[in-house]
Design a protein around this ligand. Structure first.
Ligand code: SF4
Ligand code: SF4
Length: 169
């Protein structure tokens, strides 16, 4: 389960969500390379402070997108055919993406460990994407993630500081 300190951060993120959405327009004016570099640096800083094993909120609130390769990998772990695993554990969402059928994910343990950590889907390995590039194209998704991931909320807060003190442009 998520610790109270992080739950409190997420409640604050809900309160700031509308303002954070407006901040997207500010970030869109930042040079793409500078924005990637800054967010990647802040990603490392955030995950020095935030411990996923004290959180697990993404696994409990966002249905993971599942790719063909993930299905093949998981089917091997379950000793079944991919089509069997796909039918048992996945469904199509409103965007026609294949996602985990259950949310919270059935593979998150009470201590926030993923039961299939080594083989977890690419989506789960990549979340919350703040160590990736071309992030200017995903600002809307990143703002949504402030309400899910305490690390992303911190990153956005630090970005605001960087803009206001003129070190990010
Ligand atoms: S597969 Fe593992 S990492 Fe992915 S949502 Fe489920 S518990 Fe979380
Ligand atoms: S990625 Fe974010 S939401 Fe997911 S467990 Fe880690 S801190 Fe929590």
């Amino acid at each position: 389960m998520i610790i109270e300190e992080y739950a409190k951060i997420l409640r604050q993120a809900e309160l700031e969500y509308e303002d954070n959405k407006k901040f997207i327009m500010v970030l869109k004016k930042v040079k793409a390379k500078n924005l990637d570099r800054e967010i990647n640096m802040l990603h490392d800083r955030a995950f020095e402070e935030i411990d996923c094993l004290k959180c697990g909120n993404c696994c409990r609130t966002v249905p993971a997108i599942i790719q063909k390769k993930d299905i093949e990998t998981m089917a091997k772990r379950f000793h079944c055919r991919p089509i069997v695993w796909e039918k048992e554990y996945t469904t199509l969402d409103e965007d026609d993406d294949r996602v985990m059928a259950q949310c919270p994910c059935p593979f998150i343990a009470d201590d926030n460990y993923c039961m299939y950590y080594e083989d977890k889907p690419k989506y789960c390995r990549d979340y919350p994407y703040t160590d990736k590039t071309r992030l200017r194209n995903y600002l809307r998704e990143t703002m949504e993630n402030t309400k899910v991931c305490p690390a992303v909320y911190k990153i956005i807060g630090w970005l605001k500081e960087a803009i206001s003190n003129g070190t990010l442009y």
